[in-house]
Design a protein around this ligand. Structure first.
Ligand code: SAM
Length: 258
């Protein structure tokens, strides 16, 4: 079939008229797959006016936490920091269950470590696990400034090792709350060990369970997404816990130990 060149602009216009609305439809129907993520850390994009509305109408951030958040914002890996509204939820949970002993797996600059230490009683303890001491140098002076340094037990080594040491020293079923937010490939191991360390009625919060939407189509070669997706599937069936999966930050699952 020969098409005269003079019809070409018209044909291109017609084709675009069909293709563009199709992609708009996909973006609206499957926003996590086809939409443009505004931020890798937030399911509601951080430039979405609703995100600002949520902060304006719910965030009660302690000034020292705000200071650490702003300091962290200059870091090249600042997107690793937990979102401030999610940190506030975790502080509220820690207070609600009157937690004394908590575990943080993945500290980064120490925003959530500080957040939890601020609401723990004076004899409370955060076991803070990370492999990178450099990131923590940013937050550590603020732990001291806030007067909560004595509540934070920082362990610089692979978190699996720290959790095994806690189990070996007889601390099973003595913790109230755990936050899992480190290397995604180890999520299942972190979950299983935390479940042993947490008391009945305790809570495990697991971060990044939506992984910027990648859990919808986990690629075979993407081990991080595969690991998160498998844990999500397992938790859905896990009779040892009750769960809620929240579309907050990059997705957070709360597992309540029965
Ligand atoms: C997403 S950041 C944690 C953010 C932090 N929870 C916050 O409140 O901002 C992940 C952290 O996990 C740490 N990490 C990675 N692999 C680890 C491992 N095997 N053991 C302990 N920490 C690890 C990284 O060094 C990094 O600081």
């Amino acid at each position: 079939m020969v098409i005269s060149l003079k019809y070409l602009p018209h044909l291109v216009k017609e084709a675009l008229g069909l293709i563009i609305p199709f992609f708009f439809f996909l973006g609206k129907r499957y926003p996590l797959v086809f939409g443009t993520p505004k931020s890798s850390k937030s399911i509601i994009g951080k430039s979405n006016p609703l995100w600002q509305y949520i902060l304006d109408h719910s965030l009660r951030e302690h000034p020292i936490l705000k200071k650490l958040r702003l300091l962290t914002a200059d870091h090249p890996w600042s997107k690793m920091m937990v979102s401030c509204d999610q940190a506030q939820l975790m502080a509220n949970l820690v207070k609600l269950i009157k937690a004394k002993k908590v575990i943080e797996i993945g500290v980064f600059t120490g925003y959530n470590t500080l957040n939890m230490a601020l609401v723990l009683p004076d004899n409370g303890r955060v076991i803070a696990c990370d492999i990178n001491e450099d990131y923590i140098k940013i937050g550590k002076p603020l732990w001291k400034e806030a007067g909560v340094e004595h509540k934070i037990d920082l362990r610089i080594k692979p978190a699996i090792q720290t959790l095994d040491e806690l189990l070996a020293s007889g601390e099973a079923e003595t913790f109230d709350f755990a936050f899992i937010d480190a290397d995604k490939e180890s999520y299942n191991e972190y979950y299983e060990k935390c479940l042993r360390l947490i008391k009945r009625g305790g809570i495990i919060a697991i971060d990044n369970v939506l992984w910027s939407g990648r859990v919808l189509k986990p690629r075979k070669d993407d081990l991080a997404t595969q690991s998160i997706h498998h844990l999500n599937e397992k938790l859905h069936r896990d009779a040892r816990v009750n769960i809620s999966m929240l579309p907050m930050g990059d997705g957070v699952t709360l597992a309540f130990k029965l």
